[in-house]
Design a protein around this ligand. Structure first.
Ligand SMILES: Nc1nc2c(c(=O)[nH]1)N[C@H]1C(S)=C(S)[C@@H](COP(=O)(O)O)O[C@H]1N2
Ligand SMILES: [Mo]
Length: 239
């Protein structure tokens, strides 16, 4: 291996550990705050503001609005073209499938507006999406009756685990279009998952594979203390 490559991968590793350390620090701070002010650890949403299109108060506890759309990931941004793009669905399914870009675009397309809640406390609301329901994709592979969870794999090495019933919700989409334009690479283009009813880390950018599981298994952040279930309206951030 030449020196340049070694240096590069060392730099990538350092960048990754900076990202991970910063987020673990935030988790510790959150836990300390919860312990020192028990009222805030009430699991019900506190108070009620104006309602959004889900009929819910505008923002979950601990979240603040952002107008801009921040980019949050591990710092590794793979460039995936639509020509080389494929999505594999395997594991506890009746038949494993692999779909290319043309096949995805050929499926029924859905438009939706939904909110985006990052565990680092920013929320962006009323985002407009176009894509394919993840339930449509999973149905093609026919999940076995014993399948309970899904591990999502992305091109940057990221993984995240989601309960099957959460992925089957109507607003969980594989999106390729945001506000009428192709989803940019920094936000996970050509296609990513969105999970509007869960914290946004459950939506894998640069998705490449769904593996159906018969028991829950932690993904990248979940192995580091993040919640398996991740419900923003229950302040369900960390384990
Ligand atoms: N592949 C991949 N997907 C990912 C992440 C990542 O690091 N890699 N980060 C997650 C987190 S923590 C958030 S908040 C959202 C951020 O999406 P955005 O960068 O488009 O705002 O992507 C999620 N999906
Ligand atoms: Mo996040």
């Amino acid at each position: 291996m030449n020196d340049r490559l070694t240096d590069e991968s060392k730099r990538e590793e350092e960048k990754l550990s900076r990202v991970v350390n910063a987020r673990l620090k935030l988790m510790r701070r959150f836990k300390e705050k919860m312990e020192s002010s028990p009222a805030q650890s009430d699991t019900r949403p506190l108070g009620s503001g104006p309602t959004n299109h889900h009929g819910m108060p505008q923002l979950p506890i601990g979240q603040v609005y952002t107008k801009k759309w921040p980019v949050l990931d591990l710092g590794i941004r793979p460039q995936v073209s639509t020509e080389e793009w494929t999505l594999t669905i395997d594991g506890a399914v009746e038949r494993g499938v692999s779909l290319d870009w043309g096949e995805i675009i050929g499926l029924e397309q859905t438009e939706d507006r939904s909110d985006f809640h990052c565990v680092t406390t920013w929320s962006k609301v009323d985002m407009s999406w176009r894509g394919v329901k993840v339930s449509t994709l999973l149905a093609l592979a026919e999940p076995k009756p014993e399948a309970t969870h899904v591990m999502c794999y992305a091109h940057d090495g990221y993984t995240t685990n989601v309960a099957l019933e959460e992925l089957l919700k109507d607003d969980v989409l594989l999106v390729h279009t945001y506000e009428g334009s192709p989803l940019t690479a920094e936000h996970g283009g050509p296609a990513r998952v969105i999970t509007p009813q869960l914290y946004a880390w459950k939506g894998a950018k640069w998705i490449k594979r769904f593996e159906l599981l018969t028991e829950d298994r932690p993904g990248f952040w979940e192995q580091r203390g993040y919640s398996d279930t991740a419900h923003p309206w229950r302040d369900d951030r960390y384990r």
